[in-house]
Design a protein around this ligand. Structure first.
Ligand SMILES: [Mn+2]
Length: 405
């Protein structure tokens, strides 16, 4: 859009205005009975004839992720997407600070200045250039009062959208990615979920299990989230944002080839790590990035996951609270946003069947920094999930001899 010529822009805009006018006439501007419908030619009106389209600016317009088309996909059987964004506004299984029900809103708000059609030096391409049809599928209207019901709603909605036919690409660059792993051998859409507290991953894994069988998980987080349910709890109370991976293991939803990245939480003791190991995870700690470097961290994750279908879940608290304060259980001493972004680029080409970002709780934010960081990471997901191999880094004026390594 930015590169379009003025006449092209005007034509595009006029088309859009007309579509919009029809939409308004059909749904919002019901004509009083007995009166003729008056058609307005906006092209002759003062605004359009002089200034063209009513475009959305970076800080204006209805709120969808990165100004992508928006549909309430659960209601809209005609909605087609290869990668859909789906909000899960849920935060009633948190142990400390609630508020992640506002996460989807904050991430969309943080995405307004970015564009999925814009490239970066680091990626050398853009999510749209890579071909998948992208659509913001809105939020699931979840119960805020009944966790069992909310988890069932999340599973029902996720399963509904996973079963939809794919769009099959918005450009010729599109490549199918999931049929090879699906039990039914068909291509299924992929979802990037905007949480929500971390418990949302349990219903997601239940849904994915029905389509792909058990998957491996790459889990970016300051915390293990594999803790056994608290002693004395039964039924729904066992399922929290710190125990959902243990429940997922009980249910056989994961392979034993999962990995945590960025762990630095306090623990009850060595038994926590032993239990973590028993439910299928290896631990890459926050400090490993200093001791071994980003290249080794990426290598270890890739080796662990191999060619298995993999789900990526990123808790924003993996980022240092200085850069992402708006989260439920902040842990000082975390990775920088830049480090997380570099690791994500290195994971391109793994067989991703879905991804999420969770635990963004904007009531604790300052100047939207957490929402903006989270939105930036979602942009990275959209590229990472489509590339066959990690991007070649931009070199600029440097040579190998300049490397500090
Ligand atoms: Mn977590």
């Amino acid at each position: 859009m930015r590169l379009a010529t003025l006449p092209a822009l005007l034509a595009l805009n006029l088309a859009r205005v007309n579509v919009h006018a029809h939409h308004q006439r059909d749904e919002f501007h019901q004509q009083p009975l007995g009166m003729d419908l008056v058609d307005v030619d906006v092209a002759t009106e003062p605004w359009t004839s002089k200034y063209g389209a009513q475009v959305d600016l970076g800080y204006t317009g209805p709120l969808s992720f990165s100004h992508l088309p928006y549909s309430r996909c659960l209601d809209d059987g005609a909605a087609r997407f290869d990668i859909g964004l789906l909000g899960m506004p849920f935060d009633t299984t948190t142990s400390y600070r609630p508020g992640a029900r506002f996460g989807p809103f904050a991430i969309r708000a943080g995405s307004r200045r970015q564009g999925t059609g814009r490239s970066t030096l680091a990626w050398g391409t853009s999510p749209e250039e890579l071909g998948a049809g992208l659509l913001d599928c809105g939020d699931i209207p979840l119960s805020a009062y009944d966790n069992a019901k909310a988890l069932d709603q999340m599973e029902a909605a996720y399963s509904t959208l996973l079963a939809r036919p794919v769009r099959g690409g918005a450009t010729a660059a599109y490549k199918p990615s999931t049929a090879a792993f699906a039990i039914d051998g068909k291509e299924h859409p992929r979802l990037v979920t905007l949480g929500g507290d971390h418990t949302i991953v349990l219903p997601i894994l239940r849904s994915l299990n029905k389509v792909y069988g058990p998957v491996s998980v790459i889990h970016f987080d300051a915390h293990l989230d594999t803790w056994a349910p608290l002693p004395g709890t039964v039924g729904q109370e066992r399922i929290t944002h710190g125990s959902f991976f243990a429940i997922a293991a009980e249910e056989g939803l994961m392979t034993n080839t999962s990995v945590h990245a960025g762990i630095r939480c306090q623990m009850n003791g060595k038994q926590d790590i032993e239990h973590d190991d028993s439910v299928g995870f290896q631990v890459i700690s926050t400090d490993d990035i200093d001791d071994y470097g980003i290249v080794q961290v990426v290598k270890k994750i890739r080796e662990r996951i191999g060619s298995s279908p993999v789900y990526l879940s990123l808790d924003i608290d993996v980022v240092d609270p200085g850069m992402a304060p708006a989260t439920g259980t902040p842990e000082p001493g975390g990775w920088t946003t830049r480090e997380v972004k570099r690791i994500l680029r290195g994971l391109s080409g793994l067989n991703f069947v879905g991804a999420d970002i969770v635990e963004v709780a904007p009531a604790y934010d300052n100047a939207d920094i957490t929402g903006i960081a989270a939105a930036d990471i979602v942009y990275d997901f959209l590229a990472m999930m489509q590339l066959d191999i990690p991007p070649v880094p931009h070199v600029g004026p440097f040579s190998k001899a300049d490397l500090l390594l």
